[in-house]
Design a binder for this molecule. Structure first.
Ligand SMILES: Nc1ncnc2c1ncn2[C@@H]1O[C@H](COP(=O)(O)OP(=O)(O)O)[C@@H](O)[C@H]1O
Ligand SMILES: [Mg+2]
Length: 397
């Protein structure tokens, strides 16, 4: 049987570039070699696409210029149904080389990869791809859009206020007044469309609020300010499937060194807990399953599935919750539509190993593409062939 040719696409123009490399290399190592032939496709921070065997070696990324010199630049063929990429010709008489891919497995975190941009490229190519579609990815990436949808779906959200960077410069006092009236202190200030805690700050008074907003607007033109959850515990739950059938994993409780999980907490710890080697989300200190009651676990799993479906989820997502450890009030914080390490460690604890998780993602991607191609996009036949153009006759000059 011919193997399915899987393109694992990762890197990209995102503050979470390095984390994406780690997640992608973990996934490539776990893909079943009997079923799949894997092509690594790396997108550099300046947006150039590369392929090459060395891209599966984490050590090679220490010397990036040397690694890229040993790889080939490629361009995706966005003509529908070609399902290939081209290797540009080298030298005058050489030809462009074409390489076929059957399915794309995008493993990006953050902008350009998890926000719908890459998904749009794959839609144009009409190639099956794993994970969220354009809509789910885009809405899930923007905290303001995401909150509006989840509130509408009746899910429990922390009270919040949002505004644009433009409005902040135009009417700072009105914005501060609104925050103080609606939320009071303390609050958490976030850029609406980043991740990994970048640009996030806490404010307990007006002065700190202004500082935190100034920081956030340097990262994004869309800002959200939330009431701070007291006695905070964080609980995460992964969901796998699509809007027709989705299952929830066991829950985890990540353990933070400080009160806000920082970028370093999340990604820079080695197994001894020292900051240093980057091993991705899987190395964060965490408790699995989360030490919470069965009742609360069920409630969180139910909210996680509803969140996934409301946001047009597909593939594997991780939904993060904020829990008031005192009152047991729980709020949906956010969805990660392409979570760090693809949340494989949560599925492992639920009874599916990483290879089986990837099989499922590929199966879901093929199913969605089949269904998409069954829908009617246009009528055969050319209306323009029929001929009565009325007043449009003068088009030709
Ligand atoms: N409303 C809140 N109350 C208390 N802590 C919060 C709140 N929102 C976020 N945090 C803390 O900040 C961290 C990062 O926020 P989050 O919304 O998850 O942003 P990111 O997309 O960068 O991961 C959370 O993991 C949590 O520790
Ligand atoms: Mg988060």
């Amino acid at each position: 049987m011919q193997k399915i040719r899987v393109g694992v696409v990762f890197g990209g123009k995102s503050v979470e570039h390095e984390i994406s490399i780690v997640s992608a290399l973990q996934a490539m190592a776990a893909l079943n070699q009997e079923k799949y032939s894997v092509t690594p496709i790396y997108i550099s921070k300046d947006g150039i696409w590369y392929t090459g065997e060395k891209l599966t070696d984490i050590e090679a990324y220490r010397k990036l210029p040397e690694l890229l010199a040993a790889c080939q630049k490629i361009v995706p063929a966005i003509n529908s149904d070609e399902r290939q990429y081209y290797i540009p010709k080298q030298g005058m008489f050489a030809k462009w080389l074409q390489e076929q891919i059957d399915i794309m497995l995008p493993i990006f975190h953050g902008s350009h990869g998890e926000d719908g941009c890459m998904q749009g490229v794959f839609e144009l190519m009409n190639i099956p791809y794993a994970g969220p579609g354009v809509l789910g990815a885009a809405v899930g990436m923007d905290k303001i859009m995401m909150k509006a949808v989840l509130k509408d779906a009746g899910l429990p959200m922390v009270p919040y206020v949002w505004f644009t960077g433009f409005r902040w410069t135009e009417e700072q006092n009105a914005v501060i007044g609104e925050i103080e009236r609606e939320l009071g202190y303390p609050v958490i200030v976030k850029p609406a469309n980043l991740g990994s805690s970048i640009g996030i700050g806490k404010a307990a008074n007006r002065e700190e609020l202004v500082d935190a907003i100034e920081l956030a607007v340097s990262f994004s033109s869309r800002i959200v300010v939330e009431k701070m959850v007291e006695h905070l515990r964080e609980i995460n739950c992964s969901v796998l499937g699509d809007v027709e059938y989705a299952e929830a994993s066991v829950c985890e409780e990540p353990v933070a060194a400080k009160d806000i999980l920082t970028y370093a907490d999340k990604y820079m710890k080695d197994s001894s807990g020292k900051t240093g080697d980057s091993k991705g989300m899987a190395s964060l200190s965490r408790q699995i399953p989360a030490p919470i009651s069965e009742d609360l676990t069920k409630r969180i799993q139910d909210y996680a599935k509803k969140t996934f479906i409301a946001l047009d989820g597909s593939g594997v997502s991780r939904i993060d919750f904020l829990l008031n450890g005192d009152s047991e009030e729980v709020f949906v914080n956010e969805i990660n539509t392409i979570p760090g390490s693809l949340s494989f460690y949560l599925w492992q604890a639920t009874g599916k190993d990483f290879g089986q998780l990837l099989d499922k993602l590929i199966e879901l991607a093929l199913k969605r593409n089949r269904e998409k191609n069954r829908l009617t996009y246009s009528y055969d036949g050319n209306i323009l062939a029929g001929g009565n153009f009325g007043g449009l006759k003068g088009c030709k000059k």
